[in-house]
Design a protein around this ligand. Sequence first.
Ligand SMILES: NC(=O)CC(=O)C(=O)O
Length: 315
Amino acid sequence: MMASSTPSSLEHTMLAASEQVPIIVVAIYCGQFKIGLCQLSVTSEKNQNLVCARNSIKAAVECGARLVVLPEMWNCPYSNDYFAKFAEDFENEDASPTFSMLSEAACSHGITIVGGSVPESSDGRLYNTSCVFGPDGKLKAKHRKIHLFDIEIPGDITFKESDFFAAGDKPTIVDTDLATDKQLFNADVGRIGIGICHDIRFPELAALYRAKGARIICYPGAFNISTGELLWEVMQRARAADNQLFVATCSPSRDSSGSYAIWGHSTLVGPSGEIIATSGHEETVVVAEIDYSKIELQRKGLPLDKQKRADIYLS
Ligand SMILES: NC(=O)CC(=O)C(=O)O
């Protein structure tokens, strides 16, 4: 068991997809299911973005992924000039091409999709929203970005999401279809926590997800090159190691449209804070195996939950 989860058992393979998007596959023995992270190149043509995402989901599924994650803002450039124009109302499903495509993809492949994030219009407001679909194509959950990315570092980066978006006010935990997955695919996708990009900076949210039984937290994200180099990997590894669970992130690729320079590097991190699979900044699909027994192993060997001195710092 121990030997099977050591780095020496990793197989790294580079494959060429039919759409000529490079695919990175990382397999670990004794895994339970594969996750696919679709690092998409986002253009200012929504339809093209939908087609590209659909192809990428298919490529991930062809490599065995049962859980597929898309990036933050994948149907729309991550830019204030586009958010309102590209927004869709998910209550009106038939008029939402993004909702329809994700639902169809989840249903026809029988997979769970964490649909990155896109601009949502609702009751006269805009939200940065992630929709999660189950293998029957039904919407399982909707997460509205809780912590909006407002930053002003003179001479470096200024961005104010709160000028355009309203903040969500709920954490999002999704119970995926265990029975269906177990019967059909011998996989256990389990309980997932959802955050969007800047949400990753807030350890309290991740700790809440762990307390509620999440075994993986998915963060669609679009870190900037200014913040990404220093913090993107650190944040993911910290959230995973603090909570002894898996963290998956998915970003658009750097060549995406708009003035916002994207860091990329979609990644899967394991419960001891180890990087299992990652990418560069180009368009790609990362497929990696998740073995939940690593969580139990880590929590047994290093029982942070029992060692916690809540009497000292939570009172
Ligand atoms: N999209 C974001 O929330 C970006 C972010 O957090 C960053 O550091 O860049």
